[in-house]
Design a protein around this ligand. Structure first.
Ligand SMILES: CC(C)(COP(=O)(O)OP(=O)(O)OC[C@H]1O[C@@H](n2cnc3c(N)ncnc32)[C@H](O)[C@@H]1OP(=O)(O)O)[C@@H](O)C(=O)NCCC(=O)NCCS
Length: 198
């Protein structure tokens, strides 16, 4: 009996309490409910939400944390943006991260950090140059995000400058980047051009 219990215990300990996974369409309802619970319904009024509205996240960069039963307990997504223009006047491709949220019942277990690290690793692997976000510097500085990198950039709407942060994945990527951040990702649904279809 003791051997069976030891075996069960070892199996349980070997199974991680959560895993980071790619989001699927079947996760959308749970993800939205989680965001409403952790950020409130006013979350949709944020300036960063304007950039995300009607857009699809960057390829391979919608991640979730799942508990042992597969339930969504954390979420993070990244979005294609242009972070102003560089000194030559060319658009600076980058990613906007957010929202990041972890179910309140699972906070403080390292899930937010695991989502952030996975997102950064995946973004780097996919060749992106920089990630920007609007959030608490006290949380995001540990992942390398600083306001200094966005000092010549603005959001398309109200934002707190000290919360507008960036991480360069390629050193110097945001050097000289200035102007407004705008969405550049694929649209959620492309309206049919009937004139062209006719
Ligand atoms: C912020 C959030 C994603 C952190 O997730 P988490 O899984 O609890 O994070 P981790 O376990 O990886 O890290 C916990 C650490 O972050 C700290 N932390 C959490 N939120 C913080 C904040 N806003 N500012 C500073 N530190 C913060 C905790 O105090 C803890 O510190 P410790 O490691 O010294 O004990 C989660 O609390 C959440 O979803 N909050 C509500 C939604 C939200 O505000 N999201 C955007 C954040 S700006």
């Amino acid at each position: 009996m003791a051997a069976v219990l030891d075996g069960m215990r070892a199996l349980f300990q070997a199974t991680p309490a959560f895993v980071i996974d790619h989001e699927t369409p079947a996760d959308v309802v749970a993800r939205e409910a989680l965001l409403d619970r952790s950020m409130g319904r006013d979350r949709r009024k944020k300036s960063s939400e304007k950039i995300r509205r009607n857009r699809i996240p960057a390829e391979g960069l919608a991640l979730v944390a799942r508990d042992r039963d597969g339930h969504v307990i954390g979420t993070v997504r990244l979005w294609n943006v242009e972070a102003g223009v560089n000194a030559e006047g060319r658009a600076v491709d980058a990613l906007l991260l957010g929202p990041l949220a972890v179910d309140a019942a699972h906070e403080g277990k390292g899930i937010g950090s695991a989502l952030m690290r996975a997102a950064i690793t995946e973004a780097r692997k996919r060749g992106h140059g920089a990630v920007l976000l609007v959030g608490d510097a006290a949380y995001y500085e540990r992942f390398g995000f600083f306001a200094e990198k966005t000092q010549h950039l603005v959001m398309p709407g109200p934002f707190a400058r000290e919360r507008f942060l960036a991480l360069e994945l390629v050193p110097g990527w945001l050097q000289g980047a200035a102007g407004m951040m705008v969405a550049s990702g694929r649209r959620l649904s492309q309206p049919t051009d009937f004139r062209r279809a006719a």
